[in-house]
Design a protein around this ligand. Structure first.
Ligand SMILES: CCCCCCCCC/C=C/C(=O)SCCNC(=O)CCNC(=O)[C@H](O)C(C)(C)COP(=O)(O)OP(=O)(O)OC[C@H]1O[C@@H](n2cnc3c(N)ncnc32)[C@H](O)[C@@H]1OP(=O)(O)O
Length: 290
């Protein structure tokens, strides 16, 4: 057992030296924090909040819940993305936290994707900063050592879908009005290749190609059939299901699960280290006609 742990540690150090992109502040392997028998101590909660996001950490279970609360539609503005990355980093640096459930406090919308107003009539520097923030959000979430569960309680187009896709597991509320997908082609734009890769990783090449070319927003049953979401539940069962799924994933030793996740996502992180270029000002202007 000790030999396995030592080998895992060596591997983790090699990974760190390999230059593979991973959030720098995240420890490679986390200790088994917050694993006490349930019921011995009263649940302890810590919370922090900003204008866009509310985070509650239950230190007895090690599970944090992050709620998007940016009306009207949780669009991913520069401020939102910055707050998201800060909140995630805080949780990753907190030894009491092992898992993260991401959900929305706004009725009917999980996230409407990138904030369109950030991509219109701004300076080149702003576009560069915004684009870096989008990439940073994806790199941090996709490469997170935490178990991440998306509890999708509303529509989730484009960048909203990317957030869900970057998690380890997706549970969506059954509602005929909710849709999810990468609809960029319908908007006359192209999903960046790292959006595409994350999508392919979840649903496979053929389903992703068709969905991306047509810019489809899928109904919940369709998203479930194609594997874009892993489970569908009634609204009132969402939290209970997310907690149950989290418990199942947290039952595994952290180091084995984390290294497996790292192995599965390594190609993508390596790709991301090529740092996709910031679209030019004229590209944004052409795209959004502003
Ligand atoms: C290669 C390089 C190329 C350069 C470009 C590179 C980018 C490539 C990748 C792009 C990724 C993206 O995420 S692009 C963003 C894609 N997002 C979308 O297409 C989402 C569009 N929105 C929707 O479908 C809907 O709003 C939805 C989220 C389902 C909620 O519907 P509702 O009926 O509840 O609400 P609505 O009435 O529609 O919207 C309420 C208000 O929110 C605003 N709103 C809605 N979505 C918004 C958004 N994304 N950003 C800002 N504001 C938004 C509306 O304008 C309304 O404003 P008021 O009228 O003032 O009240």
């Amino acid at each position: 057992m000790a030999a396995v742990a030592a080998a895992a540690g060596t591997f983790a150090r090699r990974m760190a030296r390999s230059g593979v992109l991973f959030p720098r502040s995240s420890p490679q392997v986390w200790p088994q924090a917050a694993r006490q028998p349930p019921g011995l101590l009263p649940a302890q909660r810590r919370a922090f909040s900003n204008n866009k996001i509310l985070v509650e950490l239950d230190t007895s279970s090690g599970v944090a819940t992050m709620k998007f609360k940016s009306p009207p539609v949780n669009s991913l503005s520069l401020d939102f993305l910055t707050e998201f990355c800060i909140s995630l980093e805080k949780l990753e640096n907190d030894r009491a936290c092992r898992g993260l459930i991401i959900t929305s406090a706004i009725p009917r919308v999980f996230s409407s994707g990138l904030d369109i107003t950030e991509m219109c009539g701004k300076s080149t520097e702003h576009y560069a900063e915004f684009w870096r923030a989008v990439q940073e959000m994806w790199i941090r979430l996709y490469g997170s050592n935490l178990v991440t569960v998306a509890a999708i309680n509303g529509s989730s187009p484009a960048g909203g879908c990317l957030i869900a896709l970057s998690c380890d597991y997706r549970i969506m509320v059954e509602n005929p009005k909710y849709v999810i997908g990468l609809n960029e082609a319908q908007l006359g734009i192209v999903a960046p290749f790292w959006f595409k890769d994350t999508f392919v990783n979840a649903v496979g090449h053929r389903a992703a190609e068709r969905s991306l070319q047509l810019g489809l927003l899928h109904s919940v049953p369709e998203a479930h059939r194609m594997g874009l979401v892993d489970e569908v539940v009634p609204e009132e069962k969402l939290q209970e299901k997310a907690v149950a799924v989290m418990a199942q994933w947290l039952a595994l030793p952290d180091h084995a699960r984390q290294l497996t996740k790292s192995m599965m996502r390594k190609t993508f992180r390596t790709l991301s280290s090529s740092h996709p270029k910031t679209p030019s000002r004229s590209h944004f202007q052409r795209t959004w006609r502003c």
